[in-house]
Write a protein that binds this ligand. Structure first.
Ligand code: ATP
Ligand code: MG
Length: 242
């Protein structure tokens, strides 16, 4: 199996502080992989390092086997990696539709083609049609998250990186968002879900990785890893996760 995205001994630093210590993670086409771990484990740093937002060596990140580590984020998007960042980062003062059109234009400019259109996205998340003219800052957190996911999808990614898309949202909205995953994956898009909610991460993914202090402490098939294994990997001891 050729991984669509893989990291190889990925190391990342913030100044003198080393945040990742040789992380090996891979995603196959259409696969959903969860990345879990406590606060400060290095999950967002991993995504930033993959996206070229931190300095990494070319060989440490590969897209279909080609070294891409440290390339500019624009190039990453052009090559098919999109991120739904922590905190969503929507364009405030702009409507839902205008936020989405930015991504449509970006994909067009970059020559990226794929199956996502504004209409299809509005079918996936009907609220994006109902609130098309509404400024994004007037939306609920869950609705904003749908815009953020939509914006990433309109870049026609082969890899979608999601940083804690369930954070702070009501269970009903989380279910609505996660219900979109099968359709996204059916497109062949590999999805990485960084999640604090272990149960959600496990049920929504094919495989999972757990990180602790910048290292992968557990990897396996989500349906097979036990609560005890996750607990030990999460805290570095013999705690169980409930
Ligand atoms: N901009 C930064 N400058 C310095 N250190 C940072 C910076 N961002 C993160 N760190 C440190 O890097 C480590 C990993 O942080 P990171 O944000 O990747 O964790 P995380 O797993 O995403 O946690 P959370 O669940 O809280 O989002 C932490 O020790 C954090 O304090
Ligand atoms: Mg984080």
């Amino acid at each position: 199996m050729t991984a669509v995205l893989s990291t190889h001994g990925l190391i990342a630093r913030y100044g003198d502080f080393q945040a990742l210590y040789g992380v090996d993670i891979d995603l196959a086409e259409g696969e959903a992989v969860a990345l879990i771990g406590a606060n400060g484990a290095g999950k967002s740093t991993f995504l930033r390092a993959v996206m070229g937002l931190l300095r990494v060596a070319p060989d440490m990140v590969r897209l279909k086997g080609q070294p891409i580590g440290g390339m500019a984020t624009d190039r990453m998007v052009q090559m098919g990696i999109s991120i739904v960042p922590e905190g969503r980062r929507l364009f405030t003062g702009m409507s839902v539709e205008d936020n989405l059109r930015v991504a449509v234009d970006q994909a067009q400019r970059m020559g990226r083609k794929g199956g996502w259109s504004l209409a299809r996205l509005q079918a996936l998340f009907p609220i994006l049609k109902d609130k098309a003219r509404t400024p994004v800052e007037s939306l609920s957190g869950g609705q904003q998250q749908m815009v953020a996911i939509g914006r990433a999808l309109l870049c026609q990614p082969s890899v979608l990186l999601c940083d804690e898309i369930s954070l702070g949202l009501a269970p009903k909205v989380i279910r609505e968002i996660y219900a979109a995953l099968p359709e996204i994956r059916a497109q062949g898009t590999a999805v990485m879900l960084v999640e604090q909610d272990v149960g959600l991460a496990q049920s929504a993914s094919d495989r999972l990785y757990c990180m602790l202090e910048g290292r992968v402490t557990l990897s396996g098939r989500s349906a097979e890893v036990t609560r005890d294994q996750i607990g030990a990997a999460y805290f570095g001891g013999s705690h169980a996760v409930v």
